[in-house]
Ligand binder design. Structure first.
Ligand SMILES: Nc1nc2c(ncn2[C@@H]2O[C@H](COP(=O)(O)OP(=O)(O)OP(=O)(O)O)[C@@H](O)[C@H]2O)c(=O)[nH]1
Ligand SMILES: [Mg+2]
Length: 507
């Protein structure tokens, strides 16, 4: 075995990858290092309990580097640790870079805080009963009575004579210990695919037989690092995995407007300043369902609004060969001089304005316009208003446009139409978000933008949805999809609220 073992297991690049998976740029502060502190559950708990979010990293003799992240503190209370953000990872396989993340599937069984065990990820529902029934037996015998009991995704070690614990570990140099021991023979076990996904987020296929350790529990070192600078997210962070993506997409595919009404599709009006990203939002949703980047709605930058007519876009879901039960209504952007007549907005909200209506800054629509609906019904109305706002310009928003938005808001309030805000271009205000969209919920710049826009428009912060439209990307990204679908899902919930109100009103 080589003697030139590096002092620190993780490279800077690997720390950065872990930070991006965690969703925040973190500093790694060493709490426990087996080659320095000895192989002892007691010492591990003394140094790590109650400290905050940590990563545990193992470095085995065949060159695999793997471990787990826990956003909750370790403890010694003999309880399961619940953690929605936890994940397992492999960073190197036989010394080759192999960066894969395995997300949590059962947050209630993310980890075990047991005095006699080292870091242990995963668990079993009967753990509490198991421990209390067998209180007199040393813990390792309880959980490892025979190795066929497959319970933990990653159990590192427990208090056991089976562990080779070097008594004079601290007095020896690191390389001496390594050379002498050929690694610490841990009595841990690994069964990836129980509380944690057995396949990496980066691929959808099941990595059958995939392991973190490659079957080798002889480790050259095991480190537990405290993560500093992990700001608390300002909103609940979604699980950025394909499971969340599919459940959001399924919800929207299967969505049917409230049954009590005659409405078959809900109309969501995309309204906002020129260039805010209205057409791009439709393109983003359309791309997600089509499975590739599409650009049906013309999007781009121009002095005046690129979109000049009303388009009530349908979105086709190729997986069911049907259209979604919603229409995304894209319209001309608000601007100081040319703009849209406020009367047109009122007529649009009430369902009078037909598809392809050309907004005319000089005059508003009348019944003389072809297709003008004299007696619109509930199906023709707008059921939710989505203000699309460019986060990079909210502090310099034109006062005339702000005034128009206030007027439009009064019109929607009078009619009881729910309002949401799609806050776009957050990638332009925060480099961390530009780097990785999953940083959005820990970015203070994004939080500030959400607070400001909620204040300026006058809607609750929970109605403001950060989104990132497809613009420079050439392929779909799960995290971008999750943001856009989350915003659309909640919009549909609000549209149903409106329909429910309307049907009660009609009784
Ligand atoms: N960086 C970034 N650019 C975006 C985002 N959304 C839209 N864009 C870009 O902003 C520009 C304007 O987007 P559009 O979708 O055309 O905006 P619009 O609101 O439809 O504009 P008008 O139809 O002209 O009123 C385009 O160049 C888009 O690529 C986003 O989330 N991030
Ligand atoms: Mg447009």
């Amino acid at each position: 075995m080589a003697n030139n073992i590096p002092d620190k297991i993780l490279t800077k690049k690997e720390e950065d990858v872990l930070s991006s998976w965690i969703g925040n740029q973190c500093q790694f502060q060493l709490l426990y290092k087996m080659s320095r502190d000895g192989l002892s559950p007691n010492t591990f708990h003394q140094l790590c309990d109650g400290k905050g979010p940590t990563v545990t990293v193992l470095y085995n003799t065949i060159g695999n580097v793997f471990g787990g992240y826990l956003s909750q503190s370790w403890n010694s209370n003999n309880v399961q640790i619940t953690d929605e953000n936890a994940f397992l990872f492999k960073l190197r396989d036989q010394n080759q870079s192999y960066m894969k993340k395995f997300s949590i599937r059962v947050p209630a069984m993310a980890a075990c805080g047991v005095r006699e065990w080292g870091p242990t990820f995963g668990g079993r529902t009967t753990l509490g009963a198991f421990l209390s029934n067998e209180r007199n037996i040393p813990c390792f015998q309880q959980v490892l009575p025979n190795q066929s009991t497959q319970i933990f995704d990653l159990h590192t070690f427990s208090d056991s004579k089976k562990n080779f614990v070097p008594n004079q570990c601290q007095q020896r140099t690191y390389n001496q210990v390594v050379a002498w021991l050929n690694g610490f023979a841990l009595n841990g076990q690994e069964h990836l695919g129980n509380s944690y996904s057995g396949s990496s987020n980066e691929v959808d296929s099941w990595d059958s037989g995939s392991t973190l350790s490659g079957g080798d529990f002889n480790v050259l070192d095991l480190e537990v690092c405290l993560l500093k600078g992990t700001d608390q997210p300002w909103r609940e962070v979604p699980l950025w995995n394909s499971q969340s993506f599919h459940s959001l997409k399924d919800y929207i595919s299967k969505y049917r407007p409230l049954e009590d009404t005659s409405v078959t599709n809900v109309n969501i009006l995309l309204l906002g300043q020129v260039g805010a990203g209205k057409s791009s939002f439709f393109n983003t949703i359309n791309s997600i369902f089509r499975g590739e980047i599409t650009s049906r709605a013309c999007a781009g930058s121009s002095e005046h609004s690129l979109t000049t007519t009303l388009r009530k876009y349908r979105v086709r879901d190729p997986s069911s060969s049907q259209y979604l039960n919603l229409r995304l209504c894209d319209m001309r952007g608000l601007e100081e001089s040319v703009g849209v007549k406020i009367q047109d907005i009122a007529l649009l909200l009430d369902g009078h304005i037909p598809q392809h209506y050309q907004f005319n800054p000089a005059s508003h629509a009348t019944h003389k316009f072809p297709g003008f609906k004299r007696d619109p019904n509930l199906q023709d109305k707008i059921h939710t208003l989505a203000f699309v706002i460019d986060a990079s310009t909210i502090n310099v928003i034109n006062t005339a446009v702000e005034h128009q938005m206030k007027e439009i808001q009064s019109l929607t309030v009078e009619r009881g139409i729910p309002q949401v805000i799609y806050l776009t271009k957050l990638d332009k205000i925060c480099p961390d978000v530009d780097n990785d969209i999953r940083n959005i919920f820990t970015s203070s710049a994004c939080k500030q933008a959400v607070d400001t826009v909620a204040d300026v428009i006058g809607v609750p912060r929970s109605h403001v949805f950060p989104v990132k439209n497809y613009e420079k990307e050439t392929r779909l990204h799960t995290s971008i999809d999750i943001l856009a679908l989350s915003a659309l899902r909640q919009t549909l919930v609000f549209a149903d609220d409106f329909l429910e109100d309307q049907s009660e009103f009609a009784e």
